[in-house]
Design a protein around this ligand. Structure first.
Ligand code: IMP
Ligand code: MG
Length: 180
């Protein structure tokens, strides 16, 4: 059961998410025509985004997963990024597109980009569903952005609050009384 008191507003309804994801898929399909595309999804938050996005990508592509931890279970970055699960296969010479749920401070992606560049992909770009530009502490080059959002803690559509609510088909704002 979802306790509705956790949610203060629906920020991005399902139909808006799906329409924007279709646009991103079309753009990526154009940009990666003829390339050896690998979608690298960052667990767990980007899982719903990945599965919807790839249905709109019309060029052949593989998927792989990495899990990193920067937050623990709370809302504040610990500043320490750890690899919890690495990729299954080599990315050398491949066109890698990182698929992220949200970019907040940028610390997670800055770290990921650094270690992935060392593995010599043909190219390395970033696609994020959500972006909080006002929170950025480390600059990362983002190539595809679904939505810029204000500095609020959001949940749903893959994003969790203490590991719950990832299943919501929309992106909602956490009620301020639960902010840490
Ligand atoms: P960054 O390293 O500060 O950019 O944080 C990125 C990660 O923090 C994301 O992949 C999310 O897991 C988590 N995160 C940041 N903001 C939110 C939010 O508003 N809701 C849920 N998770 C978030
Ligand atoms: Mg995450």
């Amino acid at each position: 059961m979802i306790d509705p008191s956790y949610l203060s507003e629906i920020l991005i309804p399902s139909d808006k998410l799906q329409a924007r994801i279709a646009e991103l898929g079309a753009e990526i399909s154009r940009d990666y025509a003829g390339q050896d595309l690998l979608l690298l999804a960052v667990l767990k938050g980007s899982v719903l985004f990945l599965t919807d996005l790839m249905r709109h990508i019309t060029v052949p592509h593989a998927i792989d997963f990495m899990a990193v931890s920067s937050y623990g279970t709370g809302q504040k970055s610990t500043g320490v990024v750890r690899i919890m699960k690495d990729l299954d296969a080599s990315i050398e010479g491949r066109s890698v597109l990182i698929v992220e749920d949200i970019i907040d401070t940028g610390a997670t992606l800055e770290y990921l980009v650094r270690i992935l560049q060392a593995r010599m992909p043909a190219s390395l770009r970033i696609c994020t569903l959500l972006n909080k530009p006002s929170r950025r502490e480390v600059e990362v080059p983002v190539d595809y952005v679904g939505f810029d959002i204000p500095n609020k803690f959001v949940l749903g559509y893959g994003l969790d609050f203490h590991e719950l609510y990832r299943n919501l088909p929309y992106v909602a704002v956490l009620s301020p009384q639960y902010y840490e």
